[in-house]
Write a protein that binds this ligand. Structure first.
Ligand code: HEM
Length: 198
């Protein structure tokens, strides 16, 4: 039996992952503070929170666009985009996660559940950026507000999107922490060790 080391998470993905994760954590914290200003850190005020929120959104937007560009030029975009085959494989994945099947069905780099979350994040992030921009300068974008049913609905939708991100981020971290430790390690080192029998 030989042990082979395989590169599963290239440097770009690792740098992207941890920077995107940090930007999203800042975004979630600042969004929570904007909604319910309880100062647990002690040194922040609404002005700084808003600056941090705008900065984190621009950074996350830039990183997401860079990830999509990288995915297209290296043709790895299929790893994160949920497709028809993933839809067919989804029931088997749920059976495994709800302890109704012993083995996880075979899948490519990410399982269909992870792909569903990653793909939804792309759409949800753009929706959140658009609604956020409109809310930020709602006088200039006044003509767009009726499409969302009014300013209050727009605020509510922007808040719902925040809740979705919060819930799915917790789910993702739980999954990453309870699944295969080798996969978690690969998000730091890039490599995974695989046993091979001749
Ligand atoms: C402590 C926090 C986190 C840990 C331990 C973690 C861990 C991981 C691991 C292990 C994977 C690879 C899964 C696999 O190989 O099956 C992954 C992928 C991914 N994670 Fe996280 N993650 C964390 C936070 C976040 C956050 C906050 C976000 C953003 C909302 C995020 C977004 C992603 C994305 C988009 C991928 C797919 C990477 C790609 O583009 O190929 N992660 N994460």
């Amino acid at each position: 039996m030989t042990i082979k080391t395989e590169l599963v998470q290239p440097l770009f993905i690792r740098v992207y992952h941890w920077s995107f994760a940090a930007a999203i954590v800042v975004l979630l914290y600042t969004a929570l503070y904007t909604h319910y200003p309880v100062n647990i850190l002690g040194f922040v005020d609404m002005g700084n929170i808003k600056k941090a929120k705008y900065m984190a959104s621009y950074i996350a937007l830039f990183l997401l666009l860079a990830r999509l560009y990288y995915g297209i030029i290296t043709r790895d975009i299929g790893h994160i985009i949920f497709n028809r085959q993933d839809l067919k494989d989804l029931p088997g994945f749920f059976k495994f996660y709800f302890f109704l099947a012993r083995r996880e069905p075979p899948h490519a780099k990410y399982n269909p559940g992870q792909k569903l979350i990653f793909t939804s994040w792309i759409w949800v992030f753009f929706f959140s950026a658009i609604t956020g921009f409109i809310l930020y300068d709602h006088q200039r974008f006044e003509w767009l507000i009726p499409f969302f049913g009014g300013l209050q609905y727009l605020r509510f939708l922007h808040y719902l999107v925040f809740l979705y991100f919060l819930a799915t981020t917790i789910l993702h971290v739980y999954q990453a922490g309870t699944e295969d430790p080798a996969k978690l390690q690969a998000m730091f080192t890039g490599h995974m060790r695989r046993k091979e029998t001749p």
